[in-house]
Design a protein around this ligand. Structure first.
Ligand SMILES: [Zn+2]
Length: 498
């Protein structure tokens, strides 16, 4: 297959690893990436016409320094310790003459918020929220060639945990926000900067809690967050995915109860056997395809740049005669495409037994389900119960489910502006609405009627995206500079009166 790259000793097709790595669910850690061929990131030109706040080259350099410092602050979640990062961000804002407020959540864990006002009386429905999270996932230090919290710059990359997810966005948002202040511009809407905590675990210090406690400080009609990406291949941006919806994570506990006892006299009621049979059936189950309007639009847009064979299938994905076949072919090509078209179920935990010679009286598995927006877990559980068809096996929805949020609209002025500016900045590359298979903070915002758009504006190869949540995470600094420029353009064009 064309466009293959080497990953962990095997060749993998580009399609299988197409771009978006949701921050909460990434499982890339397994691939050993240490022994990569040394390569420099491609140079990314900045358009000649400056943004409304002028040339951003110097600003991007400053933002890079902030980013390096943020990477050095270890915010591995758990425990998070985001307060230290919050204080650092607040100190940068204070130097710019901007009032920053640290919002405490739990001991050692805080968010930070700041606002540039457009009028004495704010209109939250018009306000623009720039959001990024400060916490990062853990590292396996033995797999890193540099200190993951050292802020090491080499060969044109910043190495470090969080250098992409999500401190790049944090520093980029900070730059765009500060550009407005320095430019003494006339704002036509309030712009709010927000750095959140606990995005990776959605626990006691997450945006959900922050909203419950401090909504009046954050309320906005529009937001820009992580969740979509700029897909770079062979030095060229292939396309830009703007996340407007996301799947919902729900865990199901599967318990088999049976007869425990001495392993020398097994019976047919061994719960390990019953559980295994149930997990095998569930693991092989494929939920029906449900094409959402966003996913239709996505494939339609992508068909313009794919190879002849792939685009042929993409174009007939929704037709009565060839649709089903096309859905099957595309599902086989890419796990992400498969997951964008249907609910998925991944068994992730198995627990049973304490001794080799004792049959346990129960056995348990956990399934991680990713529901399409609009699908309900009860329907799926019914299906699975029918499939398992074993009275000794019980399925229960666990209480930590994500919440289904409405899509952000692709008809808003803001979405149109993002599309226009991305296409301009990246040489006319298609800009597509995107349903992410993983969860972000945007679901919480969408539940509060915020039109939230996911776009991490830094052009990344799939090889670099694969390091997110994995080993040797690194950000190409040329992409960072260009992304700061893009983000600044998006924010200023939307909020500044010329
Ligand atoms: Zn993230």
């Amino acid at each position: 297959m064309q466009n293959r790259f080497r990953l962990g000793g095997v060749y993998v097709s580009w399609k299988r690893w197409s771009f978006f790595i949701p921050c909460v669910v990434a499982i890339w850690g397994a691939a050993p990436l240490g022994a990569q061929v040394r390569q420099n990131p491609p140079a990314m030109g900045i358009p000649e016409s400056p943004s409304l706040v002028g040339d951003t080259t110097g600003l991007a350099r400053e933002a890079q320094d902030w980013l390096v410092e943020l990477v050095k602050i270890n915010t591995t979640n758990p425990p998070g310790n985001e307060q230290q990062a919050a204080k650092y961000i607040a100190s940068i804002l204070t130097k710019e003459g901007i009032t920053a407020e640290i919002l405490d959540l739990t001991p050692g864990r805080s968010a930070v918020v700041a606002r540039l006002r457009s009028a004495v009386v704010p209109d939250p429905s018009r306000a623009l929220l720039l959001v990024a999270h400060m916490d990062v996932v853990g590292v396996d230090r033995t797999k890193w060639s540099v200190d993951p919290f050292g802020g090491v710059v080499k060969d044109g990359y910043l190495y470090g945990r969080g250098s992409i997810d999500d401190k790049s966005m944090l520093a980029g948002n900070l730059a765009a926000f500060i550009a407005l202040k320095r430019g003494s511009v006339h704002l036509n809407r309030d712009v709010i900067f927000l750095a959140t905590a606990d995005e990776e675990q959605f626990g006691d210090a997450s945006l959900k809690i922050l909203i419950a406690k401090y909504w009046d400080k954050l309320a906005a009609g529009f937001a820009i967050n992580e969740g979509g990406d700029v897909v770079l291949k062979n030095g060229k941006v292939q396309y830009v995915g703007v996340q407007v919806a996301e799947k919902v994570s729900v865990n199901i506990s599967v318990t088999a109860k049976g007869k425990g006892g001495h392993a020398s006299m097994p019976s047919k009621e061994n719960p390990v056997v019953h559980l295994s049979a149930a997990v095998e059936k569930i693991g092989n189950y494929t939920a029906p395809v449900h094409l959402t309007s966003i996913v239709r639009r996505y494939f339609e847009g992508l068909s313009a740049i794919e190879d002849v064979e792939t685009s042929k299938w993409m174009r007939v994905i929704d037709t009565p005669d060839r649709g089903e076949h096309a859905q099957r072919v595309l599902s086989d090509m890419s796990p992400m495409w498969n997951s964008m078209m249907r609910d998925t179920i991944a068994p992730t935990i198995l627990q049973a037994g304490v001794r080799a010679n004792v049959i346990p009286s129960d056995a348990r598995a956990v399934l991680n389900v990713r529901l399409l927006p609009g699908d309900t877990i009860d329907v799926l559980v019914n299906e699975l119960n029918k499939l398992v068809n074993d009275p000794s096996v019980k399925l229960e929805v666990m209480p930590d489910a994500g919440l289904a949020a409405p899509n952000s609209s692709i008809e808003t002025e803001f979405y149109g502006l993002i599309t226009k500016l991305c296409a301009k900045e990246f040489g006319g590359a298609p800009v597509l609405p995107f349903l992410s298979t993983g969860a972000t903070d945007s679901a919480q915002l969408r539940l509060h009627s915020v039109q939230a758009y996911g776009l991490r504006p830094f052009a990344l190869t799939e090889e670099d995206v694969a390091r997110v949540h994995g080993d040797e995470e690194r950000l190409p600094l040329a992409s960072f500079a260009k992304g700061v420029d893009l983000l600044t353009r998006i924010v200023t064009e939307f909020s500044v009166t010329r």
